[in-house]
Write a protein that binds this ligand. Sequence first.
Ligand code: ZN
Ligand code: ZN
Ligand code: ZN
Length: 350
Amino acid sequence: MTDTISQAWQTPHRRYNPLRGSWVLVSPQRTQRPWQGEVTKRPTEEALHYDPACYLCPGNTRAGGHQNPKYTGVFAFDNDYAALMPHSPDVPASETSPLLVADNESGRCRVLCFHPDHSLTIARMKVDDIARVVKAWTEETRTLGAMPEISYVQIFENRGAMMGASNPHPHCQIWATEHVPEEPLKELSWQKIYQTANNACLLCDYLKIEIERAQRIVVENDSFVAVVPFWAVWPFETLLLSRRHFGSFEDFSAPERRALADLMKRLTTHYDNLFEVSFPYTMGFHQSPCDGEPHPEWHFHAHYYPPLLRSAEIRKFMVGFEMLGMPQRDITPEQAAQRLRDTPEKHYAG
Ligand SMILES: [Zn+2]
Ligand SMILES: [Zn+2]
Ligand SMILES: [Zn+2]
């Protein structure tokens, strides 16, 4: 049955993303030529555990003269070049046209270093150390979310120069905003609509289907599952879902914090092993808004958006039809999941 389904998907079709109400064009016939196996192996980068020029390494001085403590675990601080201000002044009210709409946006931007060792990545950190990062995300969510002017806490990581990460030191950013940003706002609305219509959670129902079909799962443990979603846009995009229905880091149990750490390590190891390169990506958590409203419809999840397509050098670009029409992909999500799953669980660099 699985084969019949996969064959039916070998011709151009479009798939619907119920989480954001959008479509993606899938053109699998374009990759039916046999896989060339043109995987360029890069020499493993020289491990630099401490970089005197890195503004995130322990003890170093950052812009504006701030000195990092000689931290041994995680370390969080306010971004020296914050995109948001805590109490941003009112926007000028001089524009009267309804077509020229602006609004205030206050917020905070934080940086969180995962580890003092400059050379590490999530894939190469110990599960216990990643669990400590998960704990820090929980504390940041609690502190920022409790601020009356904050409605959303967006935690995200840009990994690799290809994704514009300015520094390889393992870290993420946390932007907390007065309004719920565009992407979670879309997901909020579609999750609400689904819940009202079906009296059920969209992502709980989706997860049930993925577990039943077992075609798109990459890794799983007792508390979390990572799948290449049916509607994936990026070639090796994944969606990480909690098995239990809850909305935010604040709802985690201690075993779930560790389980998330375990799953993130395993997922990123599969990514790295695919082309034997430290896999670039943008990833982030979508948790429920902290706008003072209850959010029973919201299901905690994370998105991984890696740009690589065919090798360590060949990336996917979202241009042409994708900017002007709709996103398009060649390799099917089922093939992508299979390729990731087939890589070893052990990191190629040992
Ligand atoms: Zn560093
Ligand atoms: Zn749910
Ligand atoms: Zn999301």
